[in-house]
Design a protein. Structure first.
Ligand code: ATP
Ligand code: MG
Length: 441
């Protein structure tokens, strides 16, 4: 039987500040030697889970064992057996690569006699030997990430936590980091828990995928088994330039009537944009307000710059809607703002309006070439019907691509396509650094 290196039972974390239920009664195991990917939208609770497993945070309820040690009872033993690469960068830019590792070795109370050898060993592991004497401020993003991985490996941990290790890196650099992760896992038998927003990364690396949303685990299996759960085919249809945007929601409703079609989503748009495009289909839970009423309200608002100004200042969603609105709508709104009023607008909106007024807006006006993604039982048999419906509606197809469900489709199937209003703010990042110091005390 395979041994577990991590066992989590009914783990719950409530942040008292803000009263946030970040992790909601989750249970899972990680097998020794596996690469386990934790996926989920912003704010799903991934970092919180890692923080508990690495003893940086106390759970509110539940148990977690790492390397046979209970995180609450034996945090020191847990810390000695794990390595961690934080989501937020945590290197000292004013120090050289080697110095960063030395500092960590000292903080970890690594015996002096071992330090040099271990540091050389980990620098070699991540191919940074020749950059050891370079200041970290002169490292590229990929080099910094590799140095952080090296630091996580200094005391030869059996379990490594990587919280978004390739965030913001270019595709080649990401691949290099993947190779390192695989090497660590294969050659050194380090078990790895990785979080990422890149589906290709999780698919390439992970033995098992765990999808979290709103603090709960909503799917956990191999990528292959998860893909089987959404049986059938996915057909992506890209349209040639669409002049009348309202044709898209119309064709989507028409296609939805084809019985073998299970789901259709509009790619490359946020939920807010989709609602705007779908002619204000209201979200669930607002049954008493008629769409007509909302449309009237919005129409009134977009004729009154003072009301708009208040909306832009108070509600991020209003700014979002403006920024994502079709160009004719943007032009109409821009014309309402005199130079005096313009000054009072939030910067982002102001810049957009100035651009529109200057006539410098050709790029965005040029092409609206949306792609819809259709999930159906059998692509081959419903494709002719789809194409017929599209032709009848006068829309032109630029590209059709049929494929088996990808991990991305699985992810969207489980968590939906909306963007979460979460960002890792400075306070969170500073807190993490303080916690990091505590960890390495
Ligand atoms: N120190 C904190 N105090 C209060 N709430 C917090 C704190 N840290 C995180 N949260 C909240 O807990 C929830 C889970 O956050 P967490 O950072 O674990 O998410 P995540 O899945 O790692 O997201 P991301 O993909 O954006 O990194 C969010 O609602 C977040 O705002
Ligand atoms: Mg996170």
């Amino acid at each position: 039987m395979t041994e577990n290196i991590v066992e989590v039972r009914n783990l719950t974390k409530i942040y008292e500040q803000g009263n946030v239920l970040a992790v909601d009664n989750i249970s899972f195991d990680i097998k020794k030697g596996e690469i386990f990917a934790l996926l989920g939208p912003n704010g799903a609770g991934k970092t919180t889970t890692i923080s508990i497993l690495s003893t940086l945070l106390n759970p509110t309820k539940g148990e977690a064992m790492v390397n046979l040690y209970n995180v609450k009872v034996s945090p020191d033993q847990v810390r000695k057996s794990i390595g961690i690469v934080f989501q937020e960068p945590s290197l000292d830019n004013e120090m050289k690569g080697r110095e960063n590792l030395e500092l960590h070795a000292i903080l970890y109370r690594m015996p002096k006699g071992q330090r040099k050898e271990r540091i050389n060993e980990v620098l070699k592991l991540v191919d940074l030997e020749d950059k050891a004497e370079t200041y970290v401020k002169n490292y590229s993003g990929g080099m910094k990430r590799r140095l952080e991985i090296a630091r996580g490996l200094l005391h030869r941990p059996r379990m490594l936590f990587l919280d978004e290790p390739t965030l913001g890196l270019d595709p080649q650099t990401r691949r290099k980091i993947w190779d390192k992760i695989k090497e660590l896992n294969n050659d050194l038998e380090v078990t790895i828990l990785i979080t990422t927003h890149y589906m290709d990364e999780a698919d390439e690396l992970a033995d098992r995928i765990c999808i979290m949303d709103h603090g709960k685990i909503i799917a956990l299996d191999t990528s292959e088994n998860l893909k089987k759960q959404i049986s059938g085919d996915i057909i992506d249809i890209q349209f040639e330039k669409v002049e009348d945007r309202m044709k898209i929601p119309r064709i989507i409703s028409l296609l939805k009537e084809i019985p073998s079609i299970k789901n259709i989503s509009l790619e490359g748009t946020t939920k807010n944009q989709r609602e705007l495009l779908m002619n204000l289909n209201l979200p669930k839970g607002m049954p008493n307000i008629s769409p007509e009423m909302i449309k009237t309200q919005i129409n009134q608002m977009i004729s009154d710059p003072n009301r708009l100004l208040i909306a832009f200042k108070r509600f991020p969603m209003a700014s979002q809607m403006f920024l994502n609105a079709p160009i004719d709508m943007k032009k109409r709104i821009s014309n309402l703002f005199t130079d005096d009023l313009l000054k009072e607008l939030p910067d982002e909106i102001k810049q957009e309006i100035v651009k529109i007024k200057s006539g410098n807006y050709i790029e965005e006006e040029k092409d609206f070439e949306p792609t819809i993604s259709i999930s159906c039982e059998s692509g081959g048999s419903c494709l002719p019907e789809i194409i017929q419906a599209i032709n009848n509606d006068g829309l032109k197809i630029k590209d059709v691509n049929m494929h088996a469900p990808k991990l991305e489709d699985v992810f969207l199937h489980f968590v939906g396509g909306d963007i979460r209003e979460e960002s890792s703010d400075r306070v969170k990042s500073i807190k993490k650094r303080i916690q990091m110091r505590q960890l390495t005390r």
